[in-house]
Write a protein that binds this ligand. Structure first.
Ligand code: FRU
Length: 720
C-alpha cells in the first residue's frame, strides 16, 4: 500500500508526466445553443455553419459550427451566456475572430458577476479577414471558482460582429509571447522575403535602419508554413544593417527565422502565371491594391501609382505602388515609392508634371514630376513628393502643404489651370456629415489657398461626390469651342458645369456613372500631350482573387468623351485604341439575321481572353444572349436593358434602333460597353479556366446583325 502511494506521487511529479485532460466548455457543433442563454438577435437560432449570407468567407474554426453574430448582418445585437462551470485548469483557450471593440464585441469570463478576463476580435477597419485565431487566458489564480462565459455583441456598424469557437479548459500552456522579437540583416540583397499567412494574427513589424525605426507595418506573419511571400525592398540600405522588430511573437513562431534575403521575389517563377492573374488588367505582383493614384504621362511614359498593401492580401499599410507603361496596356511594376511615415499611411492622390518648374524641385530643362497625396495620420493632411527621373521620389521636407480641414479630408487631385496660370486642387472633405469638395489654388504646389467649397448636397449616406474627386474639361462632340467641366466622385457619378479656376458651378448634378459592379475611385491621366488630347481614365476593378498572392486590379483604360444625347451632353467611355495590340486571331462574321432557328454562330471559337464587337438591330421583343465562358451578357430589346450575369443596366437603342456592344473578357471579369459607350458595365468574376465556350443566340424574333467581330487576345504579361 505504502509503496504504491509513493509510486503514484513519483509519477505525478515526473517531468513529462501527462497533464490532466482538457475539458471542453463548448464546441458549438449542435443545431442549437443547448443550455446556453441567448438574448437579442445576433446569435441566430443556433450556431452558424460557417459563413453567413453577405459575409466574407469565415474560416479557422473547428468542425462545422461556431458562434457567428453576423446573423442578419452587422446591425444585430445580443448576448450568449454559458451555464456556470468550475475553473479546473490553468488556461481557458478559444478561437476568436470578427470585429475589434473591447467594449461592444467581447468574449468575457465572469466570476461573481464581474468580468475577470476579456477578449475581442482582430478587425477595426475596412477589409480585414474573417479567420478565427487561437487565443487564451491564464486563469491559474481563479482555480476552483465558479464562472460563466458570456459572448457580447453590442456593435451595429462595420465589423459589428464577433466569431467564437472551441472553448476549452486546459493545462497545456499556450506558447508564450516574446515582445520585440528582432532579427538583424546586413543588406546584401535587394529584398527580404517575408512569410505571410492570410488571417494570422497581425503583428506590428518595424523596420529599423541603423537602429532607428524607419517604417512600421501591420503584417499577418506566418508562424509556420506561409500562404505567400511579400518582398520588402531594402536595396536603399546596401551594406548597412537593418533589423525587423516584431511587437509580439509566439515563442514557437518561425516567422522571423524564415525571412529570406534574396535578389528575387520568392516564387518568382510563378509570377504572372498564377491561375487568377488578370491577363490584360494591371494587378500588383504581390499584396493588395485599391485606388489608382498619381496617373500621369511624363517623359514618354505613363505612370500608374496605386494604393498598395505590400504585406497583406487585404487593405492596410497604405503605400503607393508604382508601375510604368509605354502604352497603358503593358505595365512594368517597379516597386513602392511612398511608404508610410510619421505623418501617416499614404492615401490616394494625384501627380502632375510641373513643366515651368513652379515648385523649384527641378529645372526648366528637367521639370519635376510632383506627387500630391494624403498623409492619413492624426491630423490627416495633404503632402507632396517629387522626382526628376520618374524613378526615385523625395518627400518635401516641409510637408504637409495643406493642413487638416476635418479628419475626413483626402484624395487631392491637382491640375494646371491655364487660364488663371495656377494650380488647382480638388479635395474631398467630409464636413458636418456632408460630402463637400474643397477647391484650393497654388502658384507653386507648395502654398495652397482655399478658393471655394462645393456642397455635394448629400446627407452622407449616398456616394455622390464622395471621395477621390477628379475635375477636367471636355469638348462636347469634339467641338473645342463648346466645352464643359466634369466633376466626378469615387463611384463615378458626376456633375457637369463651369469652372473659372476658383469655383465649380454645377449645371447638371447626380449624373449616373458606371452601371455595373466593382468599379471605384477612377482617375484620369494628367499631362497627356495636347497632340494626343485624350482624357483617359482607369478605375479600381474590384476583382477578388482568393488563393493568389495578390488581390484586386485596375480596369482597362478608357477614353472619356462628352457626347450629345437626347437628354443633353453625357460622358461616354471607349476602350483605348492601344488595346488593339493584344489581338491575335480575329473572326469576322457576315451581316446576317439571328433568330431562334439559326443556332450558335460562335461555337467554333474557343478562347480564354476575348474582345467582342457586335452591332445589331434587335426586333422589338427579342432577347439576344452572349454566353461567354459561363458568363451571360443579354440584350433585352423590349426593356432596352443590358443584363450582365443577371445584373440589369439601362442601355437604350440609338435613334435608328441599333445597339453596339463591346465586351472584354479576362480571367477575372468582364467589361461591357453599350449604347455607344454611354453604358459601361464592369463585372468582376472569376471565370472557370476549363470553360472556353462561346455562344451568341437570339429568341423572341429576329435580330439583324450588321457587324460581328471576335478577337482572341494575348496576355500583356507574356508579351514582354
Ligand atoms: C477610396 C479610399 C480613398 C482613400 C483610399 C485609402 O477607395 O477610401 O478615399 O484615400 O481609399 O486606401
Amino acid at each position: 500500500m505504502r509503496t504504491l502511494t509513493v509510486l503514484t506521487l513519483i509519477s505525478l511529479l515526473a517531468p513529462g508526466s501527462r497533464a490532466a485532460d482538457d475539458i471542453l466548455i463548448a464546441d458549438f457543433e449542435g443545431t442549437d445553443y443547448g443550455d446556453w442563454k441567448v438574448t437579442g438577435e445576433a446569435f441566430g437560432p443556433g450556431p452558424a455553419r460557417g459563413t453567413l449570407p453577405g459575409q466574407m468567407p469565415v474560416d479557422g474554426f473547428k468542425g462545422k459550427g461556431l458562434v457567428n453574430t453576423f446573423f442578419h448582418g452587422d446591425k444585430s445585437t445580443g448576448t450568449l451566456t454559458s451555464p456556470e462551470f468550475k475553473i479546473e485548469r490553468k488556461y481557458i483557450a478559444f478561437l476568436i475572430g470578427g470585429g475589434k471593440d473591447p467594449e461592444k464585441l467581447a468574449l468575457n469570463l465572469l466570476v461573481d458577476g464581474k468580468v475577470v478576463r476579456s477578449a475581442t476580435g482582430p478587425n477595426d477597419k475596412a477589409g480585414g479577414s474573417e479567420t478565427l485565431a487561437p487565443d487564451s487566458w491564464d486563469v491559474t489564480e481563479l482555480a476552483g471558482k465558479k464562472a460563466v462565459i458570456q459572448i457580447v455583441d453590442n456593435a451595429t456598424g462595420g465589423w459589428g460582429h464577433i466569431n467564437v469557437d472551441h472553448i476549452v479548459q486546459t493545462d497545456k500552456k499556450p506558447p508564450g509571447l516574446l515582445t520585440n522579437a528582432k532579427r538583424e540583416f546586413v543588406v546584401e540583397k535587394r529584398y527580404l522575403n517575408i512569410p505571410i499567412k492570410n488571417g494570422a494574427k497581425q503583428r506590428v513589424v518595424t523596420l529599423l535602419v541603423d537602429g532607428k525605426p524607419f517604417v512600421r507595418n501591420d503584417i499577418e506573419l506566418a508562424d509556420g508554413k506561409p500562404d505567400w511571400w511579400a518582398p520588402m525592398d531594402v536595396s536603399a540600405w546596401k551594406g548597412k544593417t537593418v533589423a525587423l522588430v516584431v511587437d509580439k511573437l509566439t515563442e514557437d513562431s518561425a516567422a522571423l527565422k524564415q525571412i529570406e534575403p534574396s535578389d528575387a521575389l520568392k516564387d518568382a517563377d510563378k509570377l504572372y502565371a498564377e491561375p487568377l492573374r488578370g491577363q490584360f488588367h494591371f494587378s500588383p505582383k504581390r499584396g493588395w491594391a485599391n485606388d489608382p493614384n498619381g496617373m500621369v504621362f511624363f517623359n514618354g511614359e505613363y505612370h500608374l501609382f496605386f494604393q498598395h498593401n505590400p504585406y497583406g492580401w487585404n487593405w492596410g499599410n497604405m503605400h503607393w505602388g508604382h508601375a510604368v507603361s509605354k502604352d497603358m496596356v503593358h505595365w512594368e511594376e517597379l516597386g513602392d515609392k511612398l511608404m508610410p511615415d510619421n505623418l501617416g499611411p499614404i492615401f490616394s492622390g494625384s501627380a502632375v508634371v510641373d513643366t515651368d518648374n513652379t515648385s523649384g524641385f527641378g529645372t526648366k530643362e528637367k521639370p519635376p514630376l510632383v506627387l500630391i497625396y494624403t498623409a492619413a495620420g492624426n491630423p490627416t493632411t495633404q503632402c507632396i513628393a517629387y522626382s526628376t527621373d520618374g524613378r526615385t521620389f523625395t518627400k518635401y521636407d516641409k510637408n504637409p502643404v495643406v493642413k487638416q480641414v476635418t479628419g475626413g479630408n483626402r484624395d487631392p487631385k491637382v491640375m494646371w489651370h491655364a487660364a488663371t496660370k495656377r494650380w488647382v486642387m480638388v479635395l474631398y472633405v467630409e464636413l458636418k456629415g456632408k460630402h463637400t469638395i474643397h477647391f484650393f489654388t497654388s502658384p507653386n504646389l507648395k502654398d495652397w489657398t482655399l478658393a471655394s467649397v462645393l456642397d455635394g448636397g448629400t446627407n452622407g449616406k449616398d456616394g455622390y461626390l464622395f471621395e477621390c474627386p477628379d475635375l477636367f474639361e471636355l469638348p462636347i462632340d469634339g467641338d473645342a469651342k463648346n466645352r464643359k467641366w466634369v466633376l466626378l466622385g469615387a463611384n463615378s457619378e458626376y456633375a457637369l458645369g463651369t469652372f473659372d479656376g476658383t469655383a465649380f458651378k454645377p449645371e447638371k448634378t447626380w449624373l449616373p456613372g458606371h452601371r455595373g459592379r466593382g468599379f471605384y475611385a477612377p482617375q484620369t491621366f494628367s499631362d497627356i500631350p495636347t497632340s494626343d488630347g485624350r482624357r483617359i481614365q482607369i478605375g479600381w476593378f474590384q476583382t477578388a482573387t482568393p488563393g493568389m498572392p495578390f488581390n484586386q486590379s485596375m480596369s482597362i483604360p478608357q477614353e472619356l468623351k462628352l457626347v450629345t444625347t437626347p437628354d443633353a451632353p453625357r460622358l461616354s467611355r471607349t476602350p483605348v485604341k492601344e488595346l488593339a495590340a493584344l489581338r491575335t486571331v480575329t473572326y469576322h462574321f457576315h451581316a446576317a439575321n439571328l433568330n431562334a432557328e439559326t443556332g450558335n454562330w460562335l461555337d467554333k471559337i474557343k478562347a480564354e481572353l476575348l474582345e467582342i464587337h457586335a452591332d445589331f438591330s434587335p426586333g422589338a421583343d427579342t432577347v439576344t444572349t452572349f454566353n461567354i465562358r459561363g458568363a451571360t451578357v443579354v440584350y433585352d430589346a423590349k426593356k432596352q436593358e443590358l443584363v450582365v450575369n443577371g445584373h440589369r443596366a439601362p442601355a437604350p437603342l440609338s435613334k435608328d434602333g441599333q445597339q453596339k456592344l463591346t465586351i472584354f473578357c479576362d480571367r477575372t471579369g468582364l467589361e461591357v460597353f453599350a449604347s455607344d459607350g454611354l453604358t459601361y458595365v464592369p463585372m468582376p468574376m472569376n471565370l472557370k479556366a476549363d470553360n472556353l465556350a462561346l455562344a451568341m443566340t437570339a429568341k423572341g424574333g429576329t435580330v439583324k446583325v450588321t457587324a460581328l467581330t471576335v478577337h482572341e487576345l494575348k496576355s500583356v504579361w507574356k508579351a514582354k
